[in-house]
Design a protein around this ligand. Structure first.
Ligand SMILES: [Zn+2]
Length: 313
C-alpha cells in the first residue's frame, strides 16, 4: 500500500512540473530569450521612471501620458491601447487618477497582460467633499510619489513585480532597487533637514498635489484648484486665498509647468507677491526630458523653492 503511495506522489510531482527544467516551463514566449527585455507600459512619468531605474537593460519602459500632458484626463490613442495589450506588464496608479488606465486594465485582463494597480497597496488620503467636482471620479488623493518615503514603498512593489515576471534577473532587480531606495532615503533626509527650521508652514499651490509631501514634512498646502489641475476655483475660494496670503505673510505662490500659470499669476499680482514652480511630477515637458531632468532633480528643485517660499534657514 505504502509503495503505491510513493509512486503516486512521484508521478504527481512530475505532472506538476517540479522535475521539468525552468526554461521549458516558461509560458511567457516574449521573454523566453535571456536578451529580450520585458516590454512594460506605464501610465505616467514617476511609475515609468522608477520601473526603468529598477529594470535597467532588462526592461523597456514606455510612458503613455506624453511629454507636456497631464495624466488626470489624458485619452490614449488606439495605437497606445494596442501597445499596452502587447506588453508584458501594464503599470498604473488607479483609484480614479487616470480612469482611462483602469478601463484598459479591465479590458486587457482577458489577454493575460498583467496589470499592476499601484494605489491598491496604499492607504490613500480621502479628498474633502468640497473639493469634488460634479464629474469628479477621484475620492482619494493620488499624489503619493511626491512623498519620498511613500515613493520607497512604490519602488518595493515594482521590484517585486519585476522579480515575479522575470525571476532569472531577480538579483539584478534587487540590487538596482536597493540603490534607488538608498537615493530616496537621501532625498527624504534632505527634505527633513531643509524644511526643519522655517518661518512659515503654509503655502499656496496651483492644484492640490502636495498633501502627502506636506504631511511628511509639516507643511499645509492650499490649492488654487482642487485635486484636478483644470478645475476652476470660485470667486469665494480666491478671496479666501487672498486673505490667507495677507494673514500668514506668504510671499510666494507656486505654479506648475504642465498647467497654465494664469491663476497663480493673477493671484500673485493681486496680492503683490511672486511666483515660483513647484512641480507635482505628473509628467515632464519635452524640454525637461531633453535637459536630462528626472524625478530627483525635480524634487531637489522643489525643495529649493520650498525653502525660499517658507523662509527656511
Ligand atoms: Zn495631480
Amino acid at each position: 500500500m505504502q509503495k503505491y503511495l510513493v509512486i503516486l506522489l512521484i508521478s504527481i510531482s512530475t505532472l506538476t512540473g517540479c522535475g521539468v527544467p525552468e526554461k521549458e516551463r516558461r509560458t511567457d514566449q516574449s521573454n523566453s530569450d535571456n536578451n529580450t527585455p520585458l516590454t512594460i507600459v506605464a501610465s505616467f512619468y514617476p511609475l515609468a521612471y522608477f520601473t526603468q531605474e529598477i529594470g535597467g537593460s532588462f526592461v523597456e519602459v514606455t510612458t503613455i501620458t506624453p511629454a507636456g500632458a497631464e495624466p488626470h484626463d489624458y485619452e490614449p490613442s488606439p495605437k497606445e491601447i494596442a501597445m499596452i495589450s502587447d506588453s508584458d506588464l501594464f503599470i498604473y496608479h488607479g483609484s480614479g487618477f487616470e480612469p482611462w488606465a483602469e478601463d484598459i486594465a479591465q479590458n486587457i485582463g482577458e489577454t493575460n497582460v498583467p496589470g499592476l494597480e499601484i494605489s491598491s497597496a496604499f492607504q490613500l488620503m480621502p479628498i474633502p467633499a468640497e473639493e469634488h467636482d460634479e464629474d469628479e471620479l477621484l475620492a482619494f488623493d493620488p499624489h503619493i510619489w511626491l512623498d519620498p518615503v511613500l515613493a520607497q514603498e512604490e519602488v518595493g512593489l515594482l521590484r517585486d513585480q519585476l522579480e515575479k515576471l522575470d525571476p532569472e534577473h531577480g538579483k539584478d532587480y534587487q540590487e538596482r532597487a536597493e540603490d534607488l531606495l538608498f537615493r530616496l532615503q537621501q532625498l527624504d533626509e534632505e527634505f527633513q533637514q531643509g524644511l526643519k527650521t522655517c518661518l512659515l508652514n503654509e503655502s499656496i499651490v496651483s492644484h492640490n498635489a502636495f498633501s502627502y509631501l506636506g504631511r511628511r514634512y509639516g507643511v499645509t498646502f492650499t490649492g488654487i484648484s482642487g485635486i484636478s489641475p483644470e478645475a476652476e476655483p470660485s470667486a469665494m475660494h480666491l478671496a479666501k486665498l487672498t486673505d490667507l496670503v495677507r494673514e500668514k505673510g506668504i510671499t510666494v505662490i507656486f505654479f506648475e509647468s504642465l498647467v497654465s500659470p494664469k491663476l497663480s499669476e493673477t493671484l500673485a499680482l493681486e496680492t503683490g507677491i511672486t511666483t515660483l514652480v513647484l512641480n507635482p511630477l505628473e509628467g515632464l515637458t519635452a524640454e525637461e526630458q531633453k535637459n536630462g531632468t528626472d524625478y530627483f532633480s525635480v524634487m531637489r528643485d522643489n525643495l529649493d523653492h520650498l525653502k525660499i517660499a517658507l523662509q527656511c534657514q
